[in-house]
Ligand binder design. Structure first.
Ligand code: SAH
Length: 215
């Protein structure tokens, strides 16, 4: 396969087949969202020919856009149907927010690093994602004014435990998907049932560290 950006859509469809469907992502809404969002628009210009590769890519400031499969997996674990209000912690490039926005009603996303937030917000506006609400700030504390959330995705790893502030902002029945750990991290899903929180560990992952007050 040639890797020049002659036909990003063809590359994207092939990426979804080989990296997403072949590895067991079955939710049709997730597969469709991954086929729709132009990942190459969210990576730095000089890396566009790598946009559909099976890997994370640097987006500046020591941060990365996650591997496509991990974006799809986290989205599937959020169990979205269409009416949800979702919080993302760690906007980065804005790509995961766009994938979520293809499915959910509203996506609130918080980023700590100002230049990244600005670039992501500009990309999301350019691509007409009107249901994504990006904000500069410390997402480890959540976004209290907009809570509760039906789903929360944390795209940076909490070293020891998921911040209590985030669990508090989860709606009853809601799902929180987050990597937890230092060197070795586990992608975990927490489901809220009233006052109880049921945690399930899914797979080993590697994310940049979550910073901020709750850490
Ligand atoms: N979801 C992103 C990838 C995120 S990489 C994408 O689709 O491209 C993790 C991001 O989390 C980085 O941009 C980092 O700056 C940000 N981050 C780390 N700690 C944070 C915090 N406490 N609040 C908000 N963002 C944070």
């Amino acid at each position: 396969m040639t890797m020049d950006m002659g036909d990003p859509r063809a590359e994207r469809l092939e990426m979804v087949q080989r990296q997403i469907v072949a590895r067991g992502i079955t939710d049709p809404l997730v597969v469709s969202a991954m086929r729709t969002v132009p990942r190459h628009e969210f990576v730095p210009e000089e890396l566009r020919d790598l946009a559909y590769d099976d890997r994370p890519l640097p987006i500046g400031r020591g941060q990365t856009i996650s591997q496509p499969y991990i974006v799809a997996l986290m989205t599937e674990l959020a169990e979205l149907k269409g009416e949800e209000s979702v919080l993302e912690v760690g906007t980065g490039s804005g790509y995961q927010a766009a994938v979520l926005a293809e499915i959910a009603a509203r996506v609130y996303t918080i980023e700590l690093v100002e230049p990244l937030l600005r670039a992501a917000a500009a990309t999301l506006v350019r691509l007409h994602y009107r249901n994504v609400f990006p904000r500069l700030g410390d997402g480890s504390l959540g976004w209290k004014e907009m809570a509760p959330f039906d789903a929360i995705l944390v795209t940076a790893a909490a070293a020891r435990r998921i911040p209590k502030e985030l669990l508090d902002q989860l709606a009853d029945g809601g799902r929180l998907v987050a990597p937890v750990g230092g060197e070795v991290q586990t992608l975990s899903v927490v489901r809220r049932r009233g006052k109880a929180f049921e945690r399930r560990d899914v797979t080993a992952v590697r994310f940049v560290p979550l910073l901020g007050a709750a850490e």
